[in-house]
Design a protein around this ligand. Structure first.
Ligand code: FES
Ligand code: FES
Length: 211
């Protein structure tokens, strides 16, 4: 036993007190880490129309439209290239407008109408743009092709609606389908095989211009 003036503490008392302090400290630290634990993922029932068919999915809120299409609906025609908005391989049409499906969450499209490459046309009943890509050899490996085709279909509608692009010279004139306009408007769709000139030819033909 140690003598500390009026206070006398045995070695055993000291050890018990230290152990109690450690227990309290670790309990506090545990409850602190429990408080900061990440929240459990939330899921939402989401329904939209895909290629004319009503689909309802229970999805983790973080699911991209691309993963909903590929992993949940098994529509694997839409491709995952970069998964962060750089290549255009995942392009689909949402309410007729082209969208990078990897950059948007599925739950944001409740009630909307989505068209993928499978919905544009099928073997034996190809969309004119699909047929033109075949005729003009607008692909090599084909990985970028579903995105190129979806993008080009919507792009021609944008020109019809007189939406200007970065290379449109006269903003008051009607937008035209020129090779420069096509290249600029399709610049978000990357082709690693370099089939660009044939892609431009295919789009030009569908637009009703001479290649
Ligand atoms: S996969 Fe979406 S832009 Fe590349
Ligand atoms: S055809 Fe291969 S990436 Fe475009």
């Amino acid at each position: 036993m140690q003598s500390l003036g009026v206070l006398e503490i045995s070695r055993r008392d000291l050890l018990v007190a230290s152990a109690a302090t450690v227990t309290v400290a670790s309990t506090a630290s545990l409850s602190h880490s429990q408080t900061n634990a990440p929240a459990a993922p939330q899921s939402t029932k989401t329904s939209f129309t895909v290629n004319g068919e009503r689909r309802e999915l229970q999805l983790d809120n973080r699911t991209t439209l691309l993963d909903a299409l590929r992993e949940h609906l098994h529509l694997t025609g839409t491709k995952k290239g970069c998964d962060h908005g750089q290549c255009g391989a995942c392009t689909v049409l949402v309410e007729g407008r082209r969208v990078n499906a990897c950059l948007t969450l599925a739950v944001m499209h409740e009630g909307e109408s989505i068209t993928t490459i499978e919905g544009l046309g099928q073997p034996g009943n190809l969309h004119p743009m699909q047929a033109a890509f075949v005729e003009h050899d607008g692909f090599q490996c084909g990985y970028c092709t579903p995105g190129q085709i979806c993008s080009s279909v919507a792009m021609l509608e944008e020109i019809k609606a007189n939406t200007p692009s970065h290379v449109t010279g006269d903003l008051l004139a009607r937008a035209e389908v020129t090779p420069a306009e096509i290249r600029e408007r399709m610049s978000g769709n990357i082709c690693r095989c370099g089939a660009y000139s044939n892609i431009v030819d295919a789009i030009t033909e569908v637009a009703g211009r001479k290649v």
